[in-house]
Design a protein around this ligand. Structure first.
Ligand code: GDP
Length: 527
């Protein structure tokens, strides 16, 4: 490879950080994202993340369904620069627009920031998203937000993180006081205190100290709060986990930061520590082994397909994570599944709500490719030799509905629609073994709405969805599968590849089935 390209690739890879923020709605993800963008000097974006949320696309011509529901179906990618780093934040939609795409987006991240509300602790959606990250073994950094409010005891929160999520934590900083009494944080690593100033906590004073016992802290925070801080840090030093870079990298230990996004308190320290500790773009596994980001041949994979961003053109955008090499606008690459050469002529990059044409991009970056209907979730693109990246996991659906076509004469279009929308990852489809009924599975209610809307809009088919009482799907691997064993509060189905899957109405039914079939394996994702 040419020396010059090798050097450029190495430099570009070294400075990149691609991550997702995982949290439960209302924890402060929008607020934190906006503060991070502001630090990046993306001033013209000030308020735009909020605005995007608030204006609800009043003027956008994206999917009608977005307007009707006043939410964003799209999860975008935001890029900004900060002190020599290039940062890509992958947005993971929450609220009602939670869907399988939210999970798939995490497969494009090299690390995750877990945002927790200090008063609420680990919430349901955080737990689900955490598990997907944990399965991939990516590093997870925790930001405990809303410290300006009355919240739970930090030790209790650490305990909860370990109990509920099964990951050890190491506080990088520690609150001095809490709620209305909060006066700042002590940075354990840098040995400095950061103190709020003024009633509105608008300015921050940073003071180097010898350690937590330093009398300067007493002067600044008062005797009572300093005493409490000393006790807490002593306990952490004795009983807590020491900081261990290797464990952080393996996703076995999460560094914890306390702060308040809305007051911009602790955000900059968090960002700087995060950039130092978070991994640069990682290699990805493929049929050709690990593909290193510095490999000069361009490769990437599609992790998400966004339909109808502009209904006037019926266009679709395929989101591609660049794995290796340099991307240049107009380059030709091989679409490995079909063997076709395609020209990437209108690539787009995302800056908050703007979509810009991108001229060049590097590993870790996400680009949006105009999709005339050739891409599927998980497709690989490569320059030169054919590289096929590992398939993206299929996530266990949690909501199920039986689907039927209202007009039997439209059966052909109906089947075509189901096949294509399944390939795009809009829904998962199952056939019951007993009656050959078609059951759709999703992780978010919105996916059903998108499905119905697109079946009508693109295939001219009215469908009827009848909710089924199932909550869990498990792929079953067994030598002798006996459908009669899965009749009570469960049903045996096949996925589109013919794998057996059991749908269960509740955990009890699932546990009973596992006990009765000790030789079978029940998997949460497709084998
Ligand atoms: P998202 O749903 O996770 O994107 O949450 P938002 O960023 O929209 O925040 C939800 C609410 O919490 C908003 O009213 C924010 O102003 C508020 N909020 C965010 N960060 C903080 C914080 O640090 N302290 C307090 N008191 N409120 C916050």
């Amino acid at each position: 490879m040419s020396k010059a390209l090798e050097q450029v690739l190495q430099q570009e890879v070294d400075k990149r950080r691609t991550f997702a923020i995982i949290s439960h709605p209302d924890a402060g993800k929008t607020t934190l994202t906006e503060k991070l963008l502001l630090f990046g000097g993306a001033i013209r974006l000030a308020g735009s993340v909020k605005a995007r949320k608030a204006s609800k696309h009043a003027t956008s011509d994206w999917m009608e369904i977005e307007k009707q529901r006043g939410i964003s179906v799209t999860s975008s990618v935001m890029q900004f620069d900060y002190k020599g780093h290039r940062i890509n934040i992958l947005d993971t939609p929450g609220h009602q627009d939670f869907s399988e795409d939210t999970y798939r987006t995490l497969t494009a991240a090299d690390s995750a920031v877990m945002l927790i509300d200090v008063a609420k602790g680990v919430e349901a959606q955080t737990k689900k998203l955490f598990q997907v990250c944990a399965q991939r073994g990516i590093p997870i950094f925790t930001f405990i937000n809303k410290l300006d409010r009355e919240g739970r005891n930090p030790f209790e929160l650490m305990e909860e993180i370990e109990q509920v999520l099964g990951i050890r934590s190491v506080p990088m900083n520690w609150p001095i006081g809490s709620g209305r009494e909060l006066c700042g944080v002590y940075d354990r690593m840098k040995k400095q205190v950061e103190l709020f100033q003024g009633d509105d906590h608008s300015t921050i004073q940073v003071q180097k100290v010898s350690d937590y016992k330093d009398p300067i802290i007493r002067e600044m925070a008062g005797e009572y709060l300093h005493e409490q801080l000393c006790q807490d840090i002593e306990l952490l030093d004795v009983a807590g986990d020491p900081f261990d870079f290797e464990k952080v990298r393996k996703g076995e230990l999460t560094p914890v930061f306390f702060g308040s996004a809305v007051n911009n308190f602790g955000v900059q320290t968090f960002l700087e520590n995060f950039l130092e500790l978070a991994p640069k773009p990682a290699p990805r596994h493929s049929t050709a082994g690990e593909v290193e980001p510095t490999n000069e041949k361009f490769t990437g994979y599609v992790f998400k397909i966004q339909a109808n961003m502009n209904p006037a053109h019926r266009d679709r955008i395929a989101f591609l994570r660049i794995v290796s090499g340099k991307f240049e606008r107009g380059m030709s690459v091989k679409h490995v599944r079909t063997g076709k050469e395609i020209k990437l002529s209108q690539p787009q990059q995302f800056l908050a709500q703007d979509r810009d044409i991108v001229e060049e991009a590097y590993p870790g970056d996400i680009i949006g490719l105009f999709d005339p209907g050739i891409f599927r979730i998980g497709d690989s693109l490569s320059q030169g030799s054919e590289v096929v990246f590992d398939e993206l996991p299929t996530f266990s659906p949690e909501i199920f509905a039986k689907v039927t076509v209202k007009n039997a004469l439209k059966h052909k279009q109906y089947q075509k629609g189901i096949d294509q929308l399944t390939e795009e990852g809009t829904i998962q489809v199952f056939q019951t073994v007993s009656f050959d009924d078609t059951i759709l599975g999703v992780v978010g209610q919105l996916q059903f709405e998108v499905f119905e809307y697109r079946m009508k809009g693109e295939y001219g088919v009215d469908v009827q969805l009848q909710r089924m009482p199932y909550q869990f799907a498990r792929w079953i691997v067994d030598d002798k599968i006996d459908p009669s064993k899965f009749r009570i509060n469960s049903t045996l189905v096949k996925d589109k590849k013919g794998n057996y899957v059991v749908l269960f109405e509740n955990e009890y039914a699932m546990r009973t089935a596992m006990e009765k079939n000790p030789t079978a394996k029940f998997l949460e994702t497709a084998p």
